[in-house]
Design a protein around this ligand. Sequence first.
Ligand SMILES: Nc1ncnc2c1ncn2[C@@H]1O[C@H](COP(=O)(O)OP(=O)(O)OP(=O)(O)O)[C@@H](O)[C@H]1O
Length: 432
Amino acid sequence: MKWRLREDRAAQSLLNKLIRSNLVDTTNQVEVLQRDPTSPLYSVKSFEELRLKPQLLQGVYAMGFNRPSKIQENALPMMLAEPPQNLIAQSQSGTGKTAAFVLAMLSRVEPGNKYPQCLCLSPTYELALQTGKVIEQMGKFYPELKLAYAVRGNKLERGQKISEQIVIGTPGTVLDWCSKLKFIDPKKIKVFVLDEADVMIATQGHQDQSIRIQRMLPKDCQMLLFSATFEDSVWKFAQKVVPDPNIIKLKREEETLDTIKQYYVLCNNRDEKFQALCNIYGAITIAQAMIFCHTRKTAGWLAAELSKEGHQVALLSGEMMVEQRAAVIERFREGKEKVLVTTNVCARGIDVEQVSVVINFDLPVDKDGNPDNETYLHRIGRTGRFGKRGLAINMVDSKHSMNILNRIQEHFNKKINKLDTDDLDEIEKITN
Ligand SMILES: Nc1ncnc2c1ncn2[C@@H]1O[C@H](COP(=O)(O)OP(=O)(O)OP(=O)(O)O)[C@@H](O)[C@H]1O
């Protein structure tokens, strides 16, 4: 179970990167805690104000960035300050963290020096590659700049020293390269980045390895740590690897059920749920819909049954490779399919804004069978900015699931109305 959870976190993070094409916008304020509260707090509204090297500014503009993102407004001046300052930053995926630390690494690296100067730790090989791509894009006007991947399978000859200026890799291999194999001289590292700290600590051993690497670095090395979430365990870890930090936090936008019409359909078993779904199918596919099932098996079954009825549906399932999943989501996002059938684990953390109908084919429950209110809210709720109206339909097929539904109603103090799927007038009314 633990193993799956960890795999999921890394996979979700990768999925988000693969399907993201834009910055996640937010109206929340950035919270800044300065190491030295008496020093002035700088914030920038343009990349010019940062006085970047011309090649780097060119790289930033070539990526299509016009102005710093919310978190970058504060993080960049801190990260580029002289003398260098350490930083712990937390904000949700897609808010511009990667771009920020890549910019910091590129502004400090001296491409003329042929040895590693910046070191970036990532939880998995795939995530390391994604960051590597951003470094390559942003650094493309530095012809001398080279990147090495310290990942398992990347074998070098013993006694070799690497000449690439930036090394990005997973903790175990980086540790070997710095200590046992001595491919990297850790004393020459100027910038140390620990990315996706929350995903990192979910993997056994990564935490210790990261700390051991950090201890080999010089005292004046700039240490930067990023995380999408900030549980206690992440915070404890962050404080161990980043001494005297500035801290930046950007809260996630709150979701609400206020603009959502919620209904439930009473059935006796799975087949009846399927029939009910078929009855409302025409109505829900006026917009795009997501259907959530409890298990992969049910999701697979449902997608197959719907296809047999002649409906075109997409299936997002845990058995698929991350790239395949990204492709399914991309197609759905482009509107090539109107209905996406999925399990909760698969869809967690994926925002598909245009979905206005959510069907809970199974209600969300935690591992003990209690209502999972957080997941319910996340599936159905909307943030203020995307405050479009939505429709949620819950399928209930037993006393037990009715009880779950009642507890969800009580928790949110919001009434969920009964819907009769044979009443066509009613169906038409709710989808208008
Ligand atoms: N200042 C900016 N202006 C426009 N786009 C930006 C800016 N900064 C980053 N982006 C783009 O926004 C998207 C998200 O940025 P980035 O990957 O840096 O976020 P992140 O917080 O690191 O999220 P994740 O951890 O999921 O990668 C990327 O496509 C990136 O190219």
